[in-house]
Design a protein around this ligand. Structure first.
Ligand SMILES: Nc1ncnc2c1ncn2[C@@H]1O[C@H](COP(=O)(O)OP(=O)(O)OP(=O)(O)O)[C@@H](O)[C@H]1O
Ligand SMILES: O=P(O)(O)OC[C@@]1(O)O[C@H](CO)[C@@H](O)[C@@H]1O
Length: 311
């Protein structure tokens, strides 16, 4: 059983347009609505592939009801933490060449008792869990050290902990010693305070996050795949895909990695296979077994340190 925590969930609306022009009226050619937020996406991907996942979600307002109804459609085991503020709506505008423009709201403010209720829900549901995934931004009202506090609370249990967040929340979480962090290249660059031009730069930055407390670093590099940097070694894997929408690709990648044990090169290859599959699907659709092709993954035994990475 996997447990995901999404402190700042969303209803994701993906609007497809022919071409986005600032200041113009656009008629959407299609619209998709998905339950969103990084932890929720991880749970959706796992369940889609036959794994058991439980999602802890603070959800208020009519938008919260909509989110829970959407999650129920996806057969997710949802633990709803009732809160006052409404769940945010995040808008993605996608053009035919897969250019994504994303507008994320701040999210509902959580008050002290609501934050405590969220912590209590996590404590109550962590008993039979192999991995806890703590993912996404922090909503207003929640301090930067919240994920670090959660990691510290969960560490005494048997569960391993993956954190996928950014900025000060990521920096603070490192010190609490999560088993894994999953930054993308921009988040990794921000965490170490320097640009990352090559694969070698990304590996060095990931090693720095390990020195600061992370057990392993799974860094997603968009079309360049992902690197895994752990005590057991360093690997790079990638898979070609024809992108349609990259939203949620990092979440699918993390889910694939955890589904395959959450350590080592085979798990990295699974993660990259799920990530590549997700970018070929519209909106933040999570891939199922029929979408994932393991044979497309190239696992590099040696890191090409001079290879350029896009950010
Ligand atoms: N253009 C692409 N072609 C092939 N694979 C891709 C492409 N873009 C992303 N991927 C796959 O998806 C994974 C995650 O991508 P990325 O680094 O963009 O994640 P992210 O920024 O965390 O995404 P999100 O926050 O939307 O979930 C990559 O590690 C890679 O496996
Ligand atoms: O604003 P955050 O919490 O950083 O990210 C939220 C979000 O962009 O992440 C998911 C994709 O990874 C989407 O489902 C969702 O809209």
């Amino acid at each position: 059983m996997f447990l995901t925590v999404t402190a700042n969930p969303s209803v994701d609306r993906t609007v497809e347009v022919e071409r986005l022009t600032r200041g113009s009226l656009h008629r959407a050619s299609d619209v998709l609505v998905h339950p969103g937020g990084k932890g929720i996406n991880v749970a959706r991907a796992l369940v889609r592939n036959g794994f058991k996942a439980r999602a802890v979600v603070p959800a208020g307002g009519a938008e919260g009801d909509q989110l829970i109804a959407l999650l129920t459609e996806y057969s997710i085991d949802v633990v709803r933490v009732p809160v006052l503020g409404p769940v945010r709506s995040n808008i993605t505008v996608v053009e035919p060449d897969a250019t994504v423009t994303k507008l994320n709201e701040k999210g509902a403010h959580l008050g002290g008792p609501e934050i405590e209720a969220l912590c209590e829900a996590i404590r109550t549901h962590v008993a039979d869990v192999t991995w806890v995934v703590i993912a996404g931004s922090l909503p207003p009202g929640v301090h930067d050290g919240f994920y670090a506090d959660l990691v510290a609370q969960i560490r005494p249990t048997n569960a391993r902990i993956a954190v996928d967040t950014s900025g000060p929340a990521l920096i603070a979480a490192l010190k609490a010693g999560p088993s894994l962090v999953k930054p993308n290249v921009d988040e990794l660059s921000e965490a170490v305070g320097r640009p990352l031009g090559t694969l070698g730069d990304a590996v060095d930055a990931a090693q720095e996050l390990r020195q600061r407390g992370a057990g392993a670093v799974l860094a997603s590099l968009g079309a360049d795949g992902a690197v895994l940097v752990s005590a057991d070694g360093v690997w790079h894997a990638e898979a070609k895909a024809e992108p349609k929408s990259t939203v949620g690709a990092g979440d699918a990648m993390l889910a694939g990695f955890l589904s395959a044990g959450g350590a080592g090169p085979a798990a990295l290859a699974a993660g990259v296979a799920w990530g590549a599959a997700s970018v070929s699907l519209p909106g933040s659709t999570m891939p199922g077994p029929e979408d994932v092709s393991a044979h497309r993954v190239v696992l590099h035994p040696d890191i090409d340190r001079t290879r350029r990475v896009q950010s």
